[in-house]
Ligand binder design. Structure first.
Ligand SMILES: Nc1ncnc2c1ncn2[C@@H]1O[C@H](COP(=O)(O)OP(=O)(O)OP(=O)(O)O)[C@@H](O)[C@H]1O
Ligand SMILES: [Mg+2]
Length: 367
């Protein structure tokens, strides 16, 4: 009987080979063995599950074919030095799936010895997709936190002189001798107000900001905002629809949730041509409430997907690139999660809020 990878020719060996194959297949990691010519001799079931190859398809092929071109040299160097020095190598790399996409892995490479000679090796690869995501998320949060700290300092420094200028302008604007300049005063005051608004938005990035949460219903908040959103959309011949679901109350900071909805709807509207529609829906899921904001724009280009939400990243001529950064920090403070689905027919932001426990209200200092 010939078993995949482990062969045997008598009953005792059959059982042993079967046992060994079952053992290898039950390993959670991707497991490959190769001979001294770097030809694959065995892959466990995980490899086929994760990489999409059919069993035995890769047997006899070079192990290097599993890696994308830019990583092949690094892998070869490690395999050779593990052969020569007879030691285990451990590093991060990526494996190519059959469909060409990449699976980030943490790889361990161990030589196989027979009669004191290295005759091949083992590769054990752990899928680190989740770890990479968490690392990116942590880096983004750290960046937000840094921006938040800078924001708090700069915000205060700029606001003080601005308040002085605003006060004097208001005083002068009431002076009758200067009444012919009234329209200029108003313009200056409006511009200062606008600058103040930008600083406020910037300040709301502060990661260590304290926010209080109250029991509230998302549908009420969206309903109260809807006329404003619809009026804004109608200017460019667009629409904002709201389809409320039957949902439980949540612990929310109303002001922040308004800001979140406003920023996401505004992005949706800005992405669409006239005639387009942004749809807000709410729905009750088993252990959470989902709010989705869907637009009919051209979608987010995959090449910028990693960058969106990074403070100051914008593709718009007049954008500040703070809208999504503010949204993500509000989502984090609410311990909610966001999932972005995008294709050339439109983009949907799904935000999932956890249902509150029995305590009615809380004030949370959140990092
Ligand atoms: N719904 C969407 N459809 C397509 N692209 C989007 C969408 N939402 C965000 N983007 C992309 O993400 C970028 C960042 O968005 P973000 O809201 O952070 O900043 P902005 O809209 O450019 O500026 P502002 O600070 O005025 O919001 C946008 O410039 C745009 O390229
Ligand atoms: Mg925006």
């Amino acid at each position: 009987m010939k078993m995949r990878g482990v062969s045997a020719n008598c009953t005792g060996w059959d059982e042993k080979a079967e046992y060994l194959n079952a053992l290898i297949d039950s390993i959670n990691e991707l497991f490959f063995s190769y001979d001294s010519n770097l030809r694959i001799t065995l892959m466990n079931k995980r490899c086929y599950d994760y990489l999409g190859y059919v069993p035995d398809e890769m047997t006899g092929r070079s192990i290097l074919e599993l890696f994308p071109g830019k990583y092949q040299f690094q892998v070869l160097e490690n395999l050779v030095s593990s052969f020569l020095e007879d030691k285990t190598g451990h590093y991060k790399t990526a494996i190519k799936r059959k469909d060409g996409s990449l699976l980030p892995v943490s790889l361990r490479n161990t030589p196989i010895r027979k009669n004191n000679m290295v005759v091949g090796g083992l590769l054990v690869c752990e899928d680190v997709t989740e770890k990479v995501k968490i690392k990116q998320e942590m880096a983004r949060l750290a960046q937000l936190y840094k921006v938040g700290e800078i924001a708090a300092c700069i915000g205060h420094e700029i606001r003080n002189p601005m308040t002085t200028v605003q006060g004097f302008l208001q005083m002068l604007s009431q002076n009758e001798d200067l009444s012919k300049y009234q329209s200029y005063f108003q313009l200056m005051l409006d511009e200062l107000e606008r600058a103040n608004g930008i600083i406020n938005e910037f300040l709301s990035l502060a990661g260590n900001k304290k926010v209080s949460f109250r029991r509230a219903n998302l549908n009420h908040i969206i309903n109260s905002l809807h006329p404003l959103l619809q009026a804004d959309a109608a200017i460019d011949d667009k629409q904002v629809c709201f389809v409320p679901g039957d949902i439980d109350d949540l612990l929310l900071n109303e002001q922040e949730i308004r800001q979140l909805i406003l920023n996401l709807v505004r992005n949706g509207l800005e992405a669409m041509s006239p005639g387009g529609k942004v749809t807000i829906t709410t729905e009750q899921l088993e252990d959470r409430v989902r709010m989705s904001i869907r637009d009919e724009g051209p979608g987010i280009d995959p090449s910028i997907m990693d960058k969106i939400g990074t403070p100051f990243f914008t593709t718009k001529e007049k954008g500040t690139g703070l809208g999504l950064a503010v949204c993500f920090s509000i989502i984090a403070r609410h311990q909610a999660t966001v999932d972005i689905q995008t294709d050339p027919q439109g983009t949907t932001f799904h935000i999932d809020f956890k249902l509150p426990d029995s305590s009615p209200e809380k004030t949370a200092p959140v990092n």
